[in-house]
Design a protein around this ligand. Structure first.
Ligand SMILES: NC(=O)c1ccc[n+]([C@@H]2O[C@H](COP(=O)([O-])OP(=O)(O)OC[C@H]3O[C@@H](n4cnc5c(N)ncnc54)[C@H](OP(=O)(O)O)[C@@H]3O)[C@@H](O)[C@H]2O)c1
Length: 250
């Protein structure tokens, strides 16, 4: 069974590991190519955009794909939309593998906003020390608030993405650890955290550390994903779905 996994997430990599060595499945994992040295995985990988809905539909036909797992990040809205449209057009079954969002816990001081520009405004006029963990590509709107000091953590170097006077840039990638997050926030005298509501365990420690330190967190809500697509929350559940479909294939 030819399977396309749309990846770039921990869940996609976990599913890739589940499928490796299973002779009844022939998976290919696709990544956008935003990270220059993605961690190697034990299944064939392709990198780069498909060229919109048309390009993806062409890929599905050429590679004789029989099922697509959309395991992209909850904030990768365009890819999910394209996948829904291309799969619908080509009559290829589609499953979304999506981690549930985080929800506020007792003691959390969340300020929820719907867009990155709203997060910038929510920081306020007074200069603050901000822990900015929204990803390199989301930094430019924060240039509109140059009065703050930004502790920015990204996987890739930020280059000129945040042209403000006070930036402390660190490069690191998940999974993170709550104790280490607390040490970092205390050392850098962080006053407020900005994050997307990514969900999942790997980047949650910053939220837990902020709660422990009594710090407010600006949480950017998820964008809309296409409706009507069957959804599961774990790689194991996606594997079961594939096994059921494979059982039905003549
Ligand atoms: N957005 C985030 O916060 C975030 C965080 C962590 C990881 N990621 C991962 O980073 C990648 C890009 O995210 P994004 O938010 O920029 O996506 P996006 O806005 O939804 O997609 C933009 C374009 O990137 C290409 N693309 C996206 N995901 C792809 C994939 N898995 N394989 C091949 N092409 C892909 C597609 O190009 P074409 O139209 O040319 O096909 C798509 O139209 C995704 O793989 C996502 O899972 C995103």
């Amino acid at each position: 069974m030819r399977i396309l996994i749309l990846g770039g997430t921990t869940e996609a990599s976990a599913l890739a590991r589940c499928l490796a060595g299973r002779s009844e499945f022939s998976p290919v994992l696709s990544m956008a190519g935003r990270t220059s040295d993605p961690r190697p995985l034990p299944i064939p990988t392709r990198i780069g955009g498909f060229g919109g809905v048309e390009g993806l539909a062409g890929f599905l036909a050429k590679e004789r794909i029989e099922a697509v797992i959309d395991a992209t990040h909850p904030f990768a809205a365009l890819m999910s939309r394209n996948a829904a449209e291309a799969c619908g057009r080509m009559h290829v079954p589609l499953l979304a593998l999506r981690r549930p969002p985080w929800t506020p816990q007792e003691g959390d001081r969340w300020i929820e906003v719907s867009a990155m520009e709203d997060a910038v405004r929510a920081l306020g006029e007074e200069p603050r020390r901000v822990f900015l963990t929204v990803g390199r590509l989301e930094l430019p709107p924060f240039a509109a608030a140059p009065q703050h000091t930004y502790l920015v953590r990204t996987i890739e170097p930020i280059g000129k993405a945040l042209p403000v006077p006070n930036v402390i840039a660190i490069q690191d990638r998940a999974p993170f650890d709550e104790a280490a997050e607390r040490v970092l926030m205390e050392r850098e005298r962080v006053e407020i955290v900005v994050t997307k509501n990514s969900g999942g365990a790997a980047t949650y420690p910053k939220v837990a550390a902020a709660r422990a330190l009594g710090l407010p967190v600006i949480v950017v809500r998820r964008p809309e994903k296409p409706r009507g697509v069957e959804e599961v929350a774990s790689a194991d559940a996606a594997l079961e779905w594939l096994e059921r479909r494979h059982g039905r294939t003549p």
